[in-house]
Design a protein around this ligand. Structure first.
Ligand code: NDP
Length: 248
């Protein structure tokens, strides 16, 4: 498979979609660099991958800090000599109505979900340009495609990813950098994401949706594998993916 020996960085690798993707890609022979803030989780995940004869290293990384993103990319280059793909997946979803004025949470979402992705792009693009190849993947959300009450700022950050990833795709084509882009738009996926909601009403509403519909993060991992595994001349730019029964 084309994924064998590819060097892939994953942010938000300590739980949920990132963790499931790390396990899936390692199983198919990728060499991984895993980043998140919770070191113990990353260490355990690397142990699990290595025990199954996979290849992975990790580094504590807060995506809101540009230097942490640089360090993650440097670790990949130093350890494996190149970077083939970066999955910019770290995110949080402290939903609430705008009238609740949870301004600190608005800022946290902008810092992690939007600026964190830009920080990752800034760190990796020079490597991709030098290599004349690379693949940027990012986790947006169905909230980046559809508006809903309680999801104004979360949706705004995910909506912004749609724009910037599409422009990255277009500019990479214009500049013939051969950088592929893939934006994922998942619906309800089992993870720790709901733990980030402090607003009681939003937490109750979202919990009900997830209890009713959620599917395993391994499904997203399969989509990531599919996009990376295709030949270098083929770009899967957008994937909307969620539970079959979820109507919105
Ligand atoms: P989880 O809460 O399980 O995972 C979120 C990950 O992001 C964790 O690994 C967390 O690690 C990491 N993270 C959060 N803040 C930071 C930070 N400042 N720096 C580095 N890492 C950070 O939820 P999911 O797996 O669901 O979330 C992954 C992505 O998927 C997010 O972008 C989310 O918005 C998106 N998504 C999820 C959906 C779902 O239904 N689950 C649906 C649509 C999109 P740590 O705390 O260790 O730093």
């Amino acid at each position: 498979m084309a994924i064998q020996d590819k060097v892939i960085i994953i942010t938000g690798a300590s739980s949920g979609i990132g963790e499931a993707t790390a396990l899936m890609l390692a199983k198919h022979g990728a060499k991984l660099v895993l980043g998140a803030r919770r070191e113990e989780r990353l260490s355990e995940l690397c142990d699990t991958i290595r025990t199954a004869d996979g290849t992975a290293v990790y580094q504590v990384c807060d995506v809101t800090k540009p230097e942490d993103n640089d360090a993650l990319v440097s670790l990949a280059k130093h350890t494996y000599g190149r970077v083939d793909a970066i999955f910019l997946n770290a995110g949080l979803m402290p939903n609430s109505r705008l009238s609740a004025l949870h301004a600190d949470e608005w800022n946290a979402m902008i810092d992690v979900n939007l600026k964190g992705v830009l920080n990752g792009i800034k760190s990796v693009i020079p490597v991709f340009k030098e290599q004349h190849s690379g693949h940027v993947l990012a986790t947006s959300s169905v909230a980046g495609l559809k508006a809903y009450p309680g999801g104004a700022v979360y949706g705004a950050t995910k909506w912004a990813l749609r724009d910037l990833m599409e422009v990255l795709r277009m500019e990479s084509g214009l500049e013939t950098n051969r950088i592929r882009t893939t934006t994922l738009y998942p619906a309800a996926i089992r993870s720790e994401l709901l733990d980030t909601i402090s607003d009681a009403d939003s937490a109750r509403d979202m919990q009900h949706i997830y209890d009713t519909y959620q599917i395993d993060p391994e499904r997203i991992a399969r989509a990531v594998l599919f996009a990376i595994d295709l030949p270098e001349d083929t770009d899967v730019s957008e994937i909307t993916i969620g539970p079959t029964d979820q109507p919105w």
